[in-house]
Design a protein around this ligand. Structure first.
Ligand SMILES: C[S@@+](CC[C@H](N)C(=O)[O-])C[C@H]1O[C@@H](n2cnc3c(N)ncnc32)[C@H](O)[C@@H]1O
Ligand code: SF4
Ligand code: SF4
Length: 343
């Protein structure tokens, strides 16, 4: 009885002590080479498919109602095991999403994804016109639009709850195409469109050539909204508004990222070595930070390690940890000199 009471009064874990979101990078390799993507710049030792043994270890961490994202820095559809992996996570009770470039999302694959129980996906388009799409993503725009339209059609027949989001990462090259992008995807009948600033910047040159000041992105967004009737499509902005100091929009305090190698980090931006430019100070750094590996360590041990707890605590207190500096998913405006933001 006393034991029962003790259990009842035992303080429950603070939210930041629970891992309720897993990002499992089943693939760290891609069939495209998008100009802004770190994947394009990784060396061969940071590319590959997750070994089934590692996937099974990651799967053993999946709990009822946990959010599982089966995508890291890579294209999940190049892996033929994807549907099987989704089904296994669904059987464990998770809510499962992927992000994809949709180049391989032909109708048979779309059917397989819907049948696997996947809850939704985000398609990256980043353009409103074929030429811009080719310049940024190097793929075939019409093919992707066709795949997206077939998926939307199939979704109406099979599972109307399946969520289709389309993403637009803003850069100098595409900023003028937001209205055509919104019109195109709302005509197809997707659920939401998400506008995100390019939040990872590699170098000073990259920053000055490709980065669009956040105010300009917001203005372009409002302008596009005024020009296009988007019907029932939800419009989302990500990392554009002011948000509290230290808040990680990727919700790192409750997330574990498991790289294709089994290494554990807080998000995919920290899980691989990549150049990072800090616009506020002009410094360059490598944010690569791992807290352990499920290949040879118990996950609970990694999650409860002093280093990982310190990292999460720092974020939850609003103190930006060193590896997060320059990532625009944390306190965006504080990290960009005001003169540049409002130029
Ligand atoms: C890395 S991809 C992985 C999934 C899939 N291959 C795709 O393209 O959707 C996930 C998202 O990251 C975005 N992304 C790539 N490089 C970025 C950067 N430097 N800053 C912000 N977002 C970026 C992509 O546009 C895409 O929407
Ligand atoms: S398709 Fe996705 S993973 Fe591949 S290069 Fe483009 S953004 Fe990166
Ligand atoms: S703020 Fe840090 S933890 Fe959050 S997405 Fe950026 S690098 Fe990752």
């Amino acid at each position: 009885m006393i034991d029962r009471i003790k259990r009842l009064i035992k303080p429950s874990k603070a939210p930041e002590d629970l891992c309720s979101r897993l990002i499992i990078e089943t693939v760290a390799s891609c069939n495209l080479s998008c100009t802004m993507c770190p994947t394009t710049h990784y060396g061969p030792s940071h590319k590959g498919l997750m070994h089934e043994r590692i996937f099974q270890k990651a799967l053993s961490l999946v709990r009822e109602n946990m959010q599982v994202i089966l995508t890291g820095w890579g294209e999940p559809l190049i892996d033929s095991r994807l549907e099987k992996h989704i089904r296994l996570c669904k059987d464990a009770g998770a809510i499962v999403y992927i992000a994809t470039n949709a180049t391989l999302l032909r109708p048979d694959r779309a059917r397989g994804l819907l049948d696997s129980g996947l809850d939704g996906l985000s398609i990256s388009l980043d353009a409103g016109l074929p030429e811009t799409y080719s310049r940024i993503r190097g793929g075939n725009f019409h093919n992707v639009i066709q795949n997206m339209a077939s998926l939307a059609c199939l979704r109406e027949k099979i599972n109307t709850k399946f969520w289709i989001d389309v993403s637009f990462v803003t850069m100098r090259l595409n900023i003028s195409e937001m209205a055509s992008f919104l019109k195109l995807v709302s005509d197809i009948g997707v659920n939401s469109a998400t506008i995100t600033p390019r939040y990872l910047i590699f170098s000073e040159e990259d920053f000055s050539r490709h980065f669009v000041p956040l105010d300009e992105v917001m203005n372009a967004f409002q302008d596009a909204q005024g020009k296009v009737s988007t019907g029932s499509m939800e419009l989302r902005t990500y990392a554009l508004e002011n948000f509290p100091q230290g808040d990680c929009l990727a919700e790192a305090v409750k997330t574990a990222f498991i790289s294709f190698k089994g290494q554990v980090s807080a998000c995919c931006n920290l899980g691989h070595p990549a150049p990072r430019y800090l616009p506020s100070t002009g410094e360059s750094m490598d944010p690569f930070t791992i807290f352990g590996s499920i290949e040879n360590q118990d996950f609970e041990h990694i999650w409860s390690s002093k280093k990982f707890i310190k990292f999460r605590k720092s974020l939850s207190l609003g103190i930006i940890p060193r590896p997060c500096k320059g990532c625009l998913l944390v306190s965006t405006r504080d990290q960009i000199p005001v003169a540049i933001v409002s130029k």
